[in-house]
Design a protein around this ligand. Sequence first.
Ligand code: ADP
Ligand code: MG
Length: 515
Amino acid sequence: MGSEAVESILETLSYSVSGFLLQGALAALEIAVIAIAAGVVLGLGLALMRLSTFKPASAFAWFYIWFMRGTPVLLQLVFLYDALPPMGLKLDSFTTAVLGFTLNEAAFCAEIIRGGIISVDRRQTVAAAALGMARFLTLRRIILPQAMRAILPALANQSISVIKGTAVASVIFVNELTFRSQQIVGQNFKFFTVFAAAGLIYLVMTSAVAALQRYLEQRFNPEIERKRVATPVPDEEPEAMDWRTLIDAKAPTAGQDSAFVVCRDVHKSYGPREILRGIDLSVGRGEVVVIMGPSGSGKSTLLRLINHLEHVDGGEIVVDGKHVGYESHTDGRLEPVRNLAKARADARIGMVFQSFNLFEHLSALENVVEAPVQVYGQTEAEARSRGVRLLSAVGLGRHIDHLPHRLSGGQQQRVAIARALAVSPKLMLFDEPTSALDPELVGEVLTAIRHMAEAGMTMIVVTHEVRFAREVADRIVFMDEGQIVEQGTPEEVLDRPRQERTQRFLRLIERPATR
Ligand code: ADP
Ligand code: MG
């Protein structure tokens, strides 16, 4: 290497540690850090507004993002610099740059955060709602931690481009890095060495962002083995296990009106389609009702209405003497309550879904402990000890620390059952709990449900497992096209169905299409 080259490299290095350029770098960094930090906060607000069902809020957020993203930040800075002073707001050029970049970043961050939020499966929200979790609690504990995986790389890109983009602030005379490099070059014409030094400084700053990105990505990566591993516990002996102590179900008291769930003339439509067309159903305390019926007949919709995950269009649903999600006025009218999450939590209705819907970023035990601690205010220790007992009761004592994706479908569904039981439900709803499982895993889930039935839990189970229904159900309800076609004891409905539609359906499920 020629001595000239060595000399320029040394010169570049000496420029890159010169106080003059480093002060410029500091200005650039300050603008970028404040703009990103404030931009993330404002962006979260804008993202939530855009996702809101409140039209004016989402329209405002849409307009803001459209405008700020669609015009150059250079013009925005010049505009602020020239427009604010006549309006009586005198800011120095550095503050103006911070303000301008913040307002601009908010728009980009909003879209990055919104992208992260909508990348999380909607069923996670439904599962949280079924546990009585309120909207912001769900956002903070369930959605954002999972959204982080999508948000972080995009946000790192954005931060890096802001650090470099602060060079634009020179138009309003902010004395930042690029501006200062140009000043030196203007005097000594050493383009190469001075700009190389500036480039080197930018590279150091953006590398710091990349390092931070790496650290945060690992922190929010649930797949990285956890440090605090809870001690696995032996599963309780099924014989010794007293489910009655786990599920504090109350046996029907004599003389008491024992109807626990009452649906009267329930109607529900999605758009022009009427999905439920006048459902009358009552379920006694401690009773196990199995609902069967073809796909699309409204079984899941009925369960969602009972747990008030959706509004009832007509008729009424009473659970344990209360209209979940509604309050009656003095004139007898029913009005939806304001705090729906609290109404759901108070109703203590457990729900288990076909697709398990475990919180993917939480271990089995953390899934079970979440609602008792966050919704019902139990202490962590209380909730964990009960959680461990529940998990070992469903045969998962050795898996309490595993993330859902490490468990088989049958194991995941048993965690989901333990999670639902953790809040001491008075009523359990199962929506095809075994339909997503391989045949050899169905039994382990049905066994857990059978134990609960024997312990006196009131349950509504949507399932097509005929043998299970025969053993466990007190009553079978057959639904078709949004109506109850017939109901009765398992013998009545399964062996002597009166309706042609029931007969046809039973022939189909008992003799699966094998030919
Ligand atoms: P089942 O559980 O008996 O298979 P569902 O209650 O899931 O039936 O659905 C009944 C009908 O309602 C289906 O035709 C389905 O397409 C429709 N449906 C369910 N949920 C919605 C929704 N959120 N929006 C529009 N249509 C829906
Ligand atoms: Mg369904």
